[in-house]
Design a protein around this ligand. Structure first.
Ligand code: 5GP
Length: 198
């Protein structure tokens, strides 16, 4: 085995390589709040921006929270294989643009995805080395309160999201790690540790 040459960095051991971290969990559990807090403190953590057919909520900007696309544009992304994964959620489609993710992983930079359960399963199937993190609410009552209290959605949409949340909560055991969203600072610190190192 060749000795390492003085002045060159030794190869990064595989178990210390930055990796793909997938944060998932029921709608309304606070995934985006946790991720926003983490990125404010650690802008070096790159978060993939998904494409979606959902309409922007007030304050959301194209290219920041999402790439807001039409149904036809989304069809094209799927047909051209440009999405690493995609899923339909509460009547809209959401997908992770593939190229940006693979480029960063190849450069050795950590990548964070914030996606729904179906997407997390698809990532697990295609990239088994990804670490799947489940964000759980402190209780079901708290999740209902958060989903209802957002005030941006029609009752029918809230019902669909609650139905999805019931299914998503039951999938916790498929994940590598569970973080309970009691305090955003604590969870984002735990997520940082999982994102940066193996
Ligand atoms: P929202 O409409 O509240 O922004 O997001 C609804 C759900 O879609 C959330 O659970 C969010 O994590 C998920 N989501 C966002 N982007 C993606 C994506 O690219 N792929 C998948 N599978 N789910 C996503």
């Amino acid at each position: 085995m060749a000795a390492s040459t003085p002045g060159t960095s030794p190869a990064v051991p595989p178990d210390a390589r930055p990796r793909l971290t997938v944060l998932s969990g029921p709608s309304g559990v606070g995934k985006s709040t946790v991720v926003a807090h983490l990125r404010k403190e650690h802008p070096e953590i790159w978060l993939s921006v998904s494409a979606t057919t959902r309409r922007p909520r007030p304050g959301e900007q194209h290219g920041v929270q999402y790439f807001f696309v039409s149904d036809e544009e989304f069809d094209k992304l799927v047909a051209n294989g440009e999405l690493l994964e995609w899923a339909e959620f509460a009547g809209n489609r959401y997908g992770t643009p593939r190229a940006a993710v693979t480029e960063r992983l190849e450069r050795g930079e950590p990548v964070l995805l914030e996606i729904d359960l179906q997407g997390a399963r698809l990532v697990r199937a295609s990239m088994p080395e990804a670490r799947l993190v489940f964000l759980a609410p402190p209780s079901w009552e708290e999740l209902v309160r958060r989903l209802t209290g957002r005030g941006t959605e029609e009752p029918e949409v809230i019902e669909r999201r609650l139905a999805a949340a019931r299914v998503e909560l039951a999938a916790e055991s498929e994940f590598d790690v569970t973080l309970v969203n009691t305090a955003v600072e604590d969870v984002s610190r735990e997520l940082l540790a999982l994102t940066s190192v193996s």
